[in-house]
Design a protein around this ligand. Structure first.
Ligand code: ADP
Length: 260
């Protein structure tokens, strides 16, 4: 059996697969301030849940904390793991948008699903899931509820601020000017989608686009990304686990992956 551990800056995801790549179990938890301890407790829980009786387990780690994961047989970048996960879930897709808690990436694949090029934002919160977390807190909502507070017919208000902190202040001003909560929230999603789309547009690629990472759990983001890109956007199945799945798949081909 194979274990993929994605130690992200916001959440840690663990996927256990069989040799044929089928997922047996998966877990997610907030990474907190000790990424190694979080990964270890998920790993122990996971092995109890899905791998009782397995004679050998090979582990690959990815994500920002990948080099700190105890017992991993190899460490692989998130870019490579996303490509492997998407190639398994949505073969033929040539572009991946991964939007996580503190970074976002656009990855272009070749026809065989290998990474050709990528662009990344890990400098500015306004282009990541962190922006939605800040806005959700301001509205007193859980981030999981943010994307269902408005529907596609709502006209988004333009959010001019280019910084997440200033955008939070702008949101308050827009509400006090009488804009509806729904139109402001739609504007927040469109502003994030435009930032992610700008990242993708630095790469030359053909649609459709696979959307992965925790922010892909937000259905409104896929809709706004389609608007911003004018291309079909397909949400990966279980999008938050795409890189962890890719890591487990790469653990199964250990000779071809980067050594830890
Ligand atoms: P990382 O890998 O960078 O740690 P993730 O890919 O797990 O991060 O993404 C975390 C982000 O996903 C959060 O900032 C939040 O915006 C979003 N998110 C997490 N859970 C949900 C959910 N249930 N519904 C909508 N968005 C979510």
């Amino acid at each position: 059996m194979f274990l993929g551990i994605d130690s992200g800056s916001t959440t840690t995801k663990v996927v256990l697969t069989r040799g044929d790549g089928e997922v047996v179990a998966r877990r997610v938890a907030a990474t907190g301030d000790d990424c190694a301890a979080t990964a270890e407790s998920l790993r122990v829980e996971m092995l109890g849940a899905g791998a009782a009786g397995a004679t050998a387990i090979r582990t690959a780690a990815t994500g920002y904390g990948r080099r700190r994961i105890r017992g991993a047989d190899l460490a692989v970048t998130e870019i490579t793991c996303h490509a492997a996960g998407v190639q398994r879930l949505m073969p033929g897709v040539r572009c991946i948008l991964d939007v996580g808690g503190q970074d976002s990436k656009a990855i272009r694949l070749d026809a065989a699903g290998r990474v050709e090029d990528f662009t990344m934002n890990d400098k500015c919160a306004a282009g990541t899931g962190r922006f939605l977390e800040v806005i959700a807190a301001r509205f007193g909502l859980d981030v999981s509820a943010l994307g269902v507070t408005f529907d596609e017919s709502v006209r988004p208000v333009e959010i001019a601020a280019t910084c997440a902190i200033f955008a939070e202040t702008e949101v308050i001003s827009l509400l006090s000017e009488g804009h509806s909560r729904e139109s402001v929230l739609a504007g927040v999603h469109l502003a994030l989608a435009r930032r992610v789309a700008a990242l993708a547009e630095q790469l030359r690629f053909d649609g459709p686009v696979a959307f992965s990472g925790g922010v892909a759990l937000n259905r409104a983001m896929a809709v706004m990304l389609e608007r911003a890109l004018s291309l079909p956007v397909r949400v990966c199945p279980d999008p938050q686990f795409t890189a962890a799945l890719g890591a487990a798949l790469l653990a199964a081909q250990i000779k071809t992956a980067e050594p830890a």
